[in-house]
Design a protein around this ligand. Structure first.
Ligand code: NAP
Ligand code: MN
Length: 264
């Protein structure tokens, strides 16, 4: 079995990363950055997001597991003092795998610029580079509303505890193959009207955002941020691909929610 270990880059994470590498080599597992079967991220949820984006081209072959060197994470849910146990689990394959849905984002442009496709593990956000964001929101081919406000956030179920939660979105269990559309400060008065509530869309219900004016947009995909010009449409839906997490012990989603936001 081939593995890679990704560190957040701070002192503690680097030391732990080296320790895990050495342990796994002692178990005669092969260190391989190009085609790992398992990627262990050491740091925080942000570190796991980076690991995910490095291997989006081989999600069917690569599983992820996260160790946190700071606070408990949603993806990084192993403690540093558990790594010996973790390494033994990894070495004695096969291990259990759970799959979570990811978000597909396709950005189409006016003119002949090629469309761009992204996968997000947490979310995609869209904001205007100048003035309010004004966009038609189409759901399943029909115009739903014209949005006017600060921005829009389309999140995955596992990303629903991140930015989406700060926007008043619901926390969704990752077994629900769905995406959630949440508003950022919509303008609501007698002229402009949006539904106001976050919407949860099932698989195959595509959401398309169509700009009403020719401005530049700031589009984020997880921790990446891009400036997009001449945008014709931003299409979002549940991706065909899924992310795979290696599960060595049960740590139910609602327990992670409780321990992260309520109490240990
Ligand atoms: P960051 O600024 O370190 O992330 C903000 C916080 O979100 C960190 O505490 C991070 O955990 C946590 N986080 C990431 N994914 C999460 C998840 N699925 N559930 C619960 N918490 C999660 O930047 P980053 O580490 O590169 O993470 C990028 C993410 O930050 C974006 O995908 C977005 O969701 C989030 N974000 C949130 C807001 C907001 O809440 N207002 C604004 C911008 C971005 P770690 O410390 O363990 O990394
Ligand atoms: Mn972070």
């Amino acid at each position: 079995m081939k593995f890679n270990v990704k560190s957040r880059g701070d002192h503690d994470s680097n030391i732990l990363t080296q320790k895990i590498k050495n342990y796994l080599k002692e178990f005669e597992l092969e260190f391989n950055e190009e085609e790992p079967d398992i990627v262990i991220s050491v740091g925080g949820d942000g570190t796991l997001l980076e690991a995910f984006h490095q291997y989006t081209h081989r999600l069917e072959e690569t599983s992820f597991v996260g160790v946190h060197t700071g606070h408990l994470g949603f993806y990084a849910d192993w403690q540093p003092d558990e790594v010996e146990k973790l390494v033994i689990h990894i070495a004695k394959t096969p291990y259990k795998i759970v799959e979570y849905p990811v978000l597909e984002v396709i950005i189409r442009h006016h003119g002949d610029q090629k469309s761009e496709r992204f996968l997000a593990l947490n979310e995609c956000t869209v904001k205007s580079m100048e003035g309010s964001l004004v966009m038609d929101i189409e759901i399943k081919g029909d115009l739903f509303e014209t949005f006017r406000g600060d921005g829009l956030c389309l999140s995955t179920p596992s990303g629903s505890t991140a930015y989406n939660k700060a926007l008043g979105g619901a926390i969704l269990h990752p077994s629900l193959a769905s995406i959630q559309l949440a508003e950022m400060a919509s303008i609501n008065n007698r002229v402009y009207r949006t539904v106001g509530s976050p919407l949860v869309l099932p698989q195959h219900h595509t959401c398309i955002l169509k700009p009403k004016n020719d401005v530049d947009f700031q589009v984020s995909v997880d921790h990446y941020s891009l400036v997009q010009k001449k945008v014709k449409a931003i299409q979002c839906r549940v991706a065909e691909e899924k992310v795979r997490f290696a599960r060595f012990r049960p740590f139910p989603f609602w327990k992670r929610v409780k321990e992260s936001f309520i109490a240990e």
